[in-house]
Design a protein around this ligand. Structure first.
Ligand SMILES: *[C@@H]1O[C@H](CO)[C@@H](O)[C@H](O)[C@H]1NC(C)=O
Ligand SMILES: *[C@@H]1O[C@H](CO)[C@@H](O)[C@H](O)[C@H]1NC(C)=O
Ligand SMILES: *[C@@H]1O[C@H](CO)[C@@H](O)[C@H](O)[C@H]1NC(C)=O
Length: 175
């Protein structure tokens, strides 16, 4: 039954809900990646020693994304480029051996990860992660893949906004 209770404050509440859900939607654009996916963080198979760099180079990491390392009886270190190349685990910037390590990519540029377990890095258990700068993310000169991703995001946002606006009109006309 249609109510005559139509007040300014009800409209404000509905609008606030819509704004809130739009904000929640735009937050979804930060990702948690599982390193190596099903393989986890292990010594790579002998015929696939570049598995982690192959995996990482396909991704477009952004500031604020997290990468998760899953492993047993092993560890994760973030080191500088020199120590990455030499598999030198004597002075990591970051170390974890919890078995489930979440690392936040808090800046753009390169991060270098190695296993801290003896001999593992030399067998290929290491990875370079490149995090895009804000310019890389928005710039029209970024790769075709990136352009598609950004466009797709914008299209989704416009569609979402229109759906929400429509919902608002429907709701408002029933209040
Ligand atoms: C590595 O060898 C395994 C087992 O023979 C095979 O299943 C897999 O496809 C190979 N991977 C690559 C990258 O060659
Ligand atoms: C890595 O750190 C060591 C020790 O601080 C330094 O000698 C080396 O130049 C650094 N390498 C890079 C690429 O910054
Ligand atoms: C690792 O770095 C330390 C500190 O600079 C150095 O003493 C050591 O020789 C290095 N080890 C290797 C294998 O490069």
């Amino acid at each position: 039954m249609a109510s005559h209770f139509s007040s300014f404050s009800t409209h404000i509440v509905v609008l606030a809900l819509i704004l809130f859900s739009s904000l929640q939607l735009s937050r979804v654009s930060s990702f948690d990646y599982q390193v190596g996916e099903k393989l986890g963080w292990v010594v790579p198979p002998a015929n696939d020693s570049k598995v982690y760099n192959d995996w990482a180079s396909e991704k477009r990491f952004k500031i604020g994304d997290t990468i998760r390392f899953k492993y047993r009886k092993d560890s994760v270190m973030e080191v500088n480029e020199t120590d990455y190349k030499k598999c030198n685990s004597t002075r990591p910037n970051f170390f974890s051996n919890t078995g489930n390590t979440v690392f936040t990519l808090d800046r753009s540029g390169y991060f270098y990860f190695i296993s801290g377990a003896s001999g593992h890095c030399d067998k290929g258990q290491r990875m370079i992660v490149k995090v895009m700068s804000l310019q890389d993310q928005n710039s029209p000169s970024s790769s075709a893949d990136g352009r598609r991703f950004v466009m797709h995001d914008q299209v989704v946002n416009v569609v979402t906004f229109q759906v929400l606006l429509f919902a608002y009109h429907v709701l408002a006309s029933h209040i």
